[in-house]
Design a protein around this ligand. Sequence first.
Ligand code: HEM
Length: 260
Amino acid sequence: MSTLESAQLRLESSPTSPAADVLRPASPRHSLLVRISHWVTTVCFFALLVTGAEIIASHPRFYWGETGNVLTEPLFKIPIPSSRNLVPTGYGYVLPDQNGWSRALHFQAAWVLVLTGLLYVFSGIIGGHFGTDLLPKKADLSWRGFAGVIAHHLRFQKSDEEDAWSYNVLQRLTYLFVIFVLFPLVIWTGLAMSPSFDSAVPATVNLLGGRQSARTLHFFVSIALVLFLLVHVVMVWRGGFKSRMRAMITGNAPAGKESK
Ligand code: HEM
């Protein structure tokens, strides 16, 4: 049963007022756990982006394999000046310590995101949120279903009221891809850069091609997540920014007309 159907089943009506004005769903559009985990993830993601950018700026070169440093040929480099350069000393050139604040905050935000994500995923599986709200319905998994949703977006059509209570097939597949493919990948490639993780489970690092390959893959998966975020925010805006944000913050979706 979809969120829309389950919400409709729980509608309460009053005999004294017009039905449209008093019909109110008994359950929120998004559960408290989904809302809290969504915003904690968003804050952590922004912290990871800022600190990640700072870490890259200190060494904007990417390699493939196990090792890579200023003396080896990179796979590619980002054309920005490195914020961390070789410093001459009495006994040769050394690299100064990597900026501590960005690495520390990057790890802290990553662990908060991982724990929040685990809570969201386990509760979503046990509570049936994924099965009900995110797994596409069989009937929608057809070229006609996809074409319909894409044509709707290409024609810049307004979302109907039903959309405020459910996700369309593209949204469902995208969210599932982000939750079960991109996030696990970004965590795996992130952990694979840690020397202790490498020595504890080297097979998982070798599978990626080595620690430097893990770093390069981590960078590309992060870019994919940023692209998702940009499209996600545009789609929220297109769907009705005020009402969708209200639903994701308070849990209340509009009972009447979609308010932009
Ligand atoms: C990295 C950051 C973000 C990720 C990974 C993310 C991911 C998601 C996911 C997976 C859902 C579906 C949640 C569920 O029902 O279980 C969702 C919904 C939603 N997100 Fe985000 N989100 C992010 C950032 C944002 C931002 C910055 C905004 C607002 C500007 C936003 C606004 C919303 C809204 C309004 C919904 C409900 C969509 C609807 O009802 O159509 N999200 N997000």
